[in-house]
Design a protein around this ligand. Sequence first.
Ligand code: F6P
Length: 544
Amino acid sequence: MTDSPSGLSAWHALQNHQRHAARFDLRELFAADPARFGKFSVQCGKILFDYSKHLATEETLRLLVELAHERALPVWIERLFRGEKINTTENRAALHTALRSREAVTLDGRNVVADVEKMLSAMQRFCAEVWNGTRGSSGGRAFSDVVNIGIGGSDLGPAFVTEALGPCARPAPRLHFVSNVDGAHLAGVISGLAPETTLFIVASKTFTTQETLANARSARAWLAAALGEKAAGRHFAAVTANPAAAREFGIEASAIFEFWDWVGGRYSLWSAVGLPIALAIGMDHFDELRGGARDMDEHFRHTPLGRNAPVLAGLLGVWYINFFAAAAHAVLPYDQRLRRLPEYLQQLEMESNGKRITRDGAVAAHSTAPVIFGAAGTNGQHAFYQLLHQGTQLIPADFIACCRSLHDLPGHHDILLANFFAQTEALAKGRSGAEAEAEMRARGLDKAQVTRLLPHRVFPGNRPTTSILLPELDPRALGALIAFYEHKTFVQSVIWNINAFDQWGVELGKELAGRLLPELEGGVPVSSHDASTTGLIAHFKKYR
Ligand code: F6P
């Protein structure tokens, strides 16, 4: 197989096709085909994915699916699920799907699903002990608060899911998350807590992450100051693939939850990294979350590419990034509880596919991951949607909403959904010059005003969106939604021929920070950097 997708015949066919597609008009596409919604939407369980508001015809999808076949996507999907070591730079499998599988998955001669089941039983026991107080504080009291200390994949997933599933939460313990090494984060969280009844979970795959260890050490000092050094140890649990380091930190072996090198940090919320989720919402709900992901895994593995929700999402992303030069993608959840989804997806997509080197070590001749951004609707409408509607860039967007809300404030959900539907329609159809003129005349504007304002009041439309409708925000639907994005990310990595499961790009900054820290601590003037960095350090030291 050719290294670069741009050498493939489907790629060339798509380049030719784009010359027509650049003139596609969504109003005309809908007018020409009354069955367009049915043809371009896909249901996975109870979740509806509507792709009909895309700059795509059946021919576009046919060519995109052909591209996926030319890149051997079905073979790669099997390699992923079977646990082949497709993370070649680290010689690891990427088996997040095994974390929710009911079937055995063998890796190096071992059924890893049996290991997952043991881990889930241990999580279940731990949660029950925390809830019933048998695993309580050094003073024998039940824990009222649990603080998860972790960063990146050891924070974003659990923090996002715990908030999203808030309505399922048990009354106690209360969950908190500390990620930033900025002391303001930890200080802010612990200022409202009692050391006697606070449990810390240190979540770190490597157990070497500078920020997490600094926060964990400060948490231990806070506990030790109130309870004594010896008692502090009882107030910690760890989730890690490096249990020896957790033991060395002083965490009891019975409170260390292991996971494995075949679980990537940003794909890890289904593992023991989900311990805060299980503590907050209970093991049954955690199982449902995993069940939702399993539903999506089955859909992804067994549905033909042309009706496969994550495949279509990935391919349509490729369509805009590589053939329309789109550089950003918006994620717009019309659900306050999903407000952290964009942030979660930033790590998932940008850390996975934000790469310029292909699997074969060559510089990619094509663009890869876009900038992911977004905010909960309707807030974003009053902030950055101006650019989506009338800016100079094409920014495809995912709109996500639930049919039923889990609150009972009258009227709110209909207002929310009216905005959801209105935005995708406005982005697709825009407002023509004639419509803008008629609207201004109807409001009584005179001819001069109409002429002056007309260019500003026109919306070009043809801004592509996917609408995703969940029945309601329950654990099953959320699990499926997250797995949908995991698989979409994988599809794009296969098309772009990049390894989605390493993250070498985060190393350089870490190394430099490690080398720089002693220079900040010492009183000696620093001169080993470029003039800008040297000047900034000198300024900092003068005014610290
Ligand atoms: O620096 C990036 C990263 O390695 C992420 O991939 C990871 O999720 C995060 O840091 C935290 O790493 P760890 O769980 O090992 O502390």
